[in-house]
Every structure is written in structure tokens, then in C-alpha cells.
Design a protein. Structure first.
Length: 284
């Protein structure tokens, strides 16, 4: 079989200019079609799993989603990359060593001049999480950081399968706890008017479907149930009661709306029942 027959990606013909360090490079894109992606199950975290194919093997669409300058490692989601504020561009470029050293502690030997691997893909999502600190609230950075944290966690889970002795399962849990915090903050900021979520046009959280704001509310609740902590049982129960009310409202909206994604409603119902079980509640 010839090498071009099993290509997964290609270098975009468009040249990108890094707004931080002014490096020029080409973005790597995932090729579509040809049986490269065989959709598998959807997890309770709205993560789409993919089955390996005989021809292409394992494919991870998430590793191609973040644009990373291969020189200074400034990174963001594709549509935000060129929009870095000029006033901080120099500082972002000058802080490259800190970024690179920090990333290499978790993801060693990555090179963004080379084609993406599972390791550099995980590193790219972590870089996006880190670099959205440079963006103003007009870009909805908090929810984008939450999505990036969750995606980093998913890719770390895949790394754990490949490198079971490197503690990537523990790293994945840390990133899910980070995602739980960020999703909670994003919802809080949206509801208070401090920072809107609307600048994030695609709320994913994965690449196959946009579950919108309802998906954000669902994940904020799910991640709190699975990874949230509280100083007291009373605080946790109060938090779960609040989530339960939010999920109940989603059911009401879902019953009268044909636009709500069906799988999300089923997962939300399961979440509602899990919360009731923890709270030791019986059917009303």
C-alpha cells in the first residue's frame, strides 16, 4: 500500500502568520472521508469515541483542532488565532520559554514542526487552555478553556492506554477537575453577565456535534457530580440540588422542542437520576 493512500492529514496551502512572534507556518488539517473516521459510542461526557479502521488505524480528530505556532507555542482555537491583541503580542512571544518548559513537564519531546501525534495533540489542547488567559472576555475565554481542559483530559486517557506507566490517568483526572471548575465559572459568568458564552460559536465539546448552551449546563452538572468537591456534605448536597433543578428545566424545554439533540436529553435524564440517588431521593 502506497504511503499517500493512508495519509491522515495534509498541510494547508494557506500560510499563517503568528501574531505573537511573526513566524510563518502552515496548519496541519485532518483529511475527511475515505473511512478515516468510524464513529463509536458517545460517552456521558459528550465525547465521541472512534473505532480504529483496518486501513488507517486509530484516528484522534481532537489532536488537529488547535492552531499552534511551532516556534513560540502560542495556541488557540483556529478562528481566534490571528486575533491576539497587539498590545500583548510581544509579551506572549517573550513568554515562550515558560510555556514550553511547562508543557514539556507533562508532554515530553513534542515538536510542532512535525505532524501531530497523540502526545503533541494533547499538548496543543493544554496550550490552548493556557493561552486563553491572553484573551479578553469578549472572546468567551472561560468556556473555551473549559472545553480545552476537557479535551486535554480525553487525550490523556488515550495516552494512558499507550503508556500505562506514565500516570496519564492521574493527569486526565486533574484536567477534568480543572474543566469542572471552568465550566462552573463559565455558567456563573454567563448568568451574572460578567462574561457571555456566545462568542464561542461551537460549544462542542467534541468535534462531531455542537450541543450548545444546554450541553454546557449538562456538563457543568455532570462534572460537578463526578469531580466536584465541597467542604461539607451540606455544601455538596446544595450544589447537587441546584444542578437537579437545572436539569429538570432542561427536560421541560426538551419535551416541547424538536431542535434539542436527543442523546443529550437521555444523558441529562440519567444525570438527574444519578443525582437523586446520591441525595437518597425517591421518585416524586
Amino acid at each position: 500500500m502506497e504511503e499517500h493512500d493512508i495519509k491522515l492529514s495534509f498541510q494547508s496551502k494557506d500560510r499563517l502568520l503568528c501574531p505573537a512572534c511573526r513566524n510563518v507556518f502552515h496548519r496541519e488539517e485532518l483529511l475527511s472521508g475515505g473511512g478515516r473516521l468510524i464513529a463509536g459510542q458517545l460517552t456521558d461526557e459528550l465525547h465521541r469515541m472512534y473505532e480504529p479502521s483496518i486501513k488507517y488505524g486509530e484516528v484522534y480528530p481532537l489532536i488537529y483542532q488547535v492552531t499552534v505556532c511551532p516556534e513560540c507555542w502560542y495556541a488557540s482555537m483556529d478562528k481566534d488565532f490571528a486575533l491576539l491583541d497587539e498590545d500583548i503580542a510581544f509579551d506572549v512571544s517573550e513568554s515562550r520559554e515558560d510555556r514550553q518548559n511547562e508543557v514539556r513537564l507533562l508532554f515530553p519531546n513534542v515538536d510542532f514542526y512535525q505532524n501531530r501525534t497523540l502526545m503533541s495533540g494533547a499538548a496543543s489542547q493544554y496550550l490552548a487552555l493556557r493561552c486563553y488567559d491572553y484573551f479578553s472576555k469578549n472572546f468567551s475565554p472561560t468556556i473555551k478553556q473549559g472545553i480545552s481542559a476537557l479535551r486535554t483530559a480525553w487525550l490523556c486517557e488515550e495516552l494512558h492506554k499507550k503508556l500505562p506507566g506514565e500516570n496519564y490517568d492521574w493527569v486526565a483526572t486533574l484536567f477534568k477537575k480543572k474543566a469542572q471548575y471552568l465550566y462552573g465559572k463559565a455558567v456563573e459568568f454567563e448568568q451574572s453577565g460578567e462574561e457571555a458564552i456566545s462568542a464561542a460559536k461551537n460549544l462542542g465539546p467534541d468535534t462531531d456535534k455542537n450541543y450548545g448552551y444546554e450541553g454546557v449546563l449538562y456538563l457543568a452538572g455532570l462534572l460537578t457530580l463526578k469531580y466536584g468537591s465541597a467542604d461539607t456534605v451540606e455544601q455538596r448536597n446544595a450544589s447537587l440540588e441546584s444542578i437537579k433543578r437545572t436539569i429538570a428545566k432542561m427536560f421541560g424545554l426538551g419535551k416541547s422542542s424538536k431542535n434539542k439533540p436527543g442523546p443529550l436529553l437521555e444523558l441529562a435524564k440519567n444525570l438527574y437520576e444519578r443525582i437523586k440517588k446520591e441525595l437518597n431521593e425517591t421518585d416524586d
